[in-house]
Structure formats: C-alpha cells, structure tokens
Design a protein around this ligand. Structure first.
Ligand code: IYT
Ligand code: CU
Ligand code: CU
Length: 361
C-alpha cells in the first residue's frame, strides 16, 4: 500500500527492518541468518513481510523486482500468502522461487514486456537458474492458504534459495509527489517439517498464429514418475489475444477409451491469479496432462510466441501437492505449437479429444 514518506513511515520502516533481522525467515543480501527460535520449538507459523522497500516508480507499466535470500541453514515451508496490495497501486504481483536472483541489486526492472531500452533489466530469476511461480495476485485477490499440511519447501533442503517479488506498477500518478510504496506479500511459514509438498508444473507452447486466424495452441505430456499428484490450483497466462485456456487430465478407462477430466478452464483476460481446480482427483503415472490455448489473431500479420505485447504466450500453471516424497522432477511441459504440434497429431497418443469450444468440458 502506498504511504507518504513521513516520520511515521520512516519509523515503521525501521521497525520492519528490525523485525526482519530478529525473526528472519530470510534476509536481504549477505546478512546474518538468525533462527526463529519460537517457531522451531512450537511448530507454530511465522509471518514474514516480503514487501517492496518503499519504492517510488517513475515510469508507467514498470515491472519491479526485489529479492530475499532464504536462510540457507534451515528448511522452511511456506503455507500461506497474505497480500499487502491494492489494485489502485499494483496491477499484479508474482512471487518466484529462484536458485539465483536476476541481479544482485535490491530492486530492478524485471518486466517480461520491458523492451530493450538503454535501461538495465533482468528476469526475476537468474539465467539458467531454477525458477517457479509460487503465488500470483491481481485485482484485490484475498489471502491464499494452501491445503492443510501442505507447504512449499524453500531454503536448505530445496532448490529455492531466493524468493523474488515482482510488482507491476501500471499507474504512477500517485508517486509524482515522492510517495512510496511497500506492496508485497506476508509469507506464512513454518520450520516444522511437512510431509505434503507443493509444486508447480508449467505447461505451454511455442509456435506462431497466422494473420487473422484463430489457432489452437496445444501441449501434452505423460506423467512417467511414480508419484501421486493432488492438483489444487491453476493459473493461465496469455497476452491480449487469448480467448480460452483449458487444462485436462487424460486417462484411459478399462475399455481403453480416453477420458478427459477438466482441471481448469478460463478466459485469460480475467485476472491471472491461481484459482481452485475444477477437479482434485489424483494424477498418477501413466496419465497425460493436456492444455490448449485458443488465440485469435486479429492482426494483419503473423504473431509469434514471445516476451512482448506484440507477441503471444500460452501458459497453464498447475499447482499440486504430493502426500509423501518429493515433487515432480518434470517442471515444464512445452510443445512446438502451431503449425507443428496439435493434440490430433498421430504420434501424441491422444484420442477422444473433446470439443472444448462447444462443450462445458
Ligand atoms: C515463453 C513463455 O511461455 N514464457 C512464460 C512462461 C515461463 C515462466 C517461467 C517460462 C519460463 C519460466 O522460468 I517462471 I523459462 C512467461 O514468461 N510467463 C509469464 C511470466 O513472465 C512468468 C507469466 O506471467 O506467466
Ligand atoms: Cu500486471
Ligand atoms: Cu507473457
């Protein structure tokens, strides 16, 4: 929430910084890591404020990132996300789990759409680093609590060594007088080991959409790891020409007929947050996961998959947990997309494909 710089804000900031260094889940930069003694003793939940460090963005549509290094001596489990933002200030927020942050700075420009200007910019996570989205906020979305006993593992025993918060500042009028902002998210966490671990799988496509055409951008992967996944949330992402994004679990029944069970289906131009899946039935080895984005190219030229608003994207994030053991080694499921890959290609092993546009499936 935006705050005017003043004595109260300055005091509040000092208090916050103190709070971080004493009760730190994590620390900025190369600080000292302190254990959260009350937490490890009782197994209770702590709340870590992961907020923008009082920034005052000066360019419209800025995507700003700020990192925190997770205390590498301890394993933590994030069990809830409590947003501190309003849509008057922040257009969206994404929380990334990274192996390395995109830069060593305390804030940087990290827009996927940020064009190659003279200005420096970098992705939320470092190049070739482990990277996954843990949380997404838009449009005054409420607090998110993971299912009971489920957590995202971060820190010592996890590839997530840093958390990076991205805030999209669409309108900057309110910062003209020097006001500052501390949008972000309070992370509910525990040090008590949790059996049920949360993970995200990102399905998507590459490809091109011919001028003035509606394309189906499709991808599918078989789960080959011997794990049982309980899906609980999904998020879709396209740019402005996306019409529908849908995801399915595909499983052959005893007659050998493939049954398509919907995991989620949305208009991607509604707020791109995580929503509850439409079906929480387990996903098992041998099942396929299949996604489709329907994209309508209204331009008189080809549109490609790419990072800017002149390009498109087709993404379906599936958030799941496992009852025991580790999350999937498979983190991505991308296809070449149109004009090469379609569900209906003979070599995909997909049959009984639903007529998505016409049906409620
Ligand atoms: C080419 C593409 O589809 N990019 C997506 C998905 C993506 C996300 C992550 C690709 C990689 C990642 O490490 I995390 I490699 C994409 O950029 N999606 C945007 C965000 O920038 C992540 C989105 O809002 O979903
Ligand atoms: Cu945004
Ligand atoms: Cu995108």
């Amino acid at each position: 929430m935006a705050r005017k710089m003043g004595i109260s804000a300055a005091l509040w900031y000092i208090l916050l910084v103190n709070l971080i260094s004493v009760y730190g889940l994590v620390d900025q930069g190369q600080g000292v890591y302190r254990k959260n003694s009350y937490d490890s003793a009782t197994g209770s939940t702590g709340s870590f404020p992961f907020l923008m460090p009082m920034v005052s963005p000066k360019t419209p549509d800025l995507y700003l990132c700020t990192p925190i290094k997770v205390d590498p001596t301890t394993t933590y489990y994030i069990v809830g996300f409590n947003p501190n933002a309003t849509m008057n200030t922040a257009h969206h927020m994404l929380l990334y789990g990274c192996g390395e942050p995109g830069t060593t700075k305390s804030t940087w420009n990290c827009g996927e759409m940020a064009q190659a200007t003279a200005e420096e910019k970098a992705s939320p996570c470092g190049p070739r680093s482990h990277s996954q989205i843990l949380y997404a906020w838009a449009r005054d979305a409420q607090k998110v609590i993971l299912p009971a006993g489920v957590g995202f593992k971060v820190g010592k025993d996890s590839p997530t060594k840093y958390l990076v918060l991205q805030v999209h500042y669409a309108h900057i009028d309110r910062f003209k007088d020097g006001s500052t902002d501390d949008s972000g998210v309070f992370l509910d966490y525990t040090e008590k080991p949790l059996q049920k671990l949360a993970g995200t799988l990102l399905l998507g496509t590459d490809g091109i959409i011919p001028a003035l055409q509606t394309e189906h951008m499709e991808s599918a992967c078989e789960i080959t790891e011997n794990k049982v996944l309980i899906p609980f949330a999904y998020r879709v992402h396209t740019h402005e020409m996306g019409k529908v994004v849908a995801g399915y679990r595909v499983r052959s029944n005893s007659e050998g007929i493939q049954e398509w069970v919907q995991l989620g289906k949305r208009d991607p131009l509604t707020p791109q947050m995580f929503y509850n899946v439409t079906n929480t039935e387990p996903i098992m080895s041998g099942d396929q996961l299949a996604i489709r984005c329907t994209i309508k190219n209204t331009r008189h030229r080809i549109t490609e998959i790419g990072p800017t608003n002149e390009d498109e994207m087709c993404n379906f994030y599936l958030m799941y947990y496992v009852e025991h053991g580790d999350t999937l080694d498979m983190k991505y499921c991308f296809s070449q997309g149109p004009p090469y890959y379609y569900w209906s290609n003979p070599d995909t092993g997909l049959h009984n494909i639903p007529n998505i546009e016409a049906s409620t499936l």
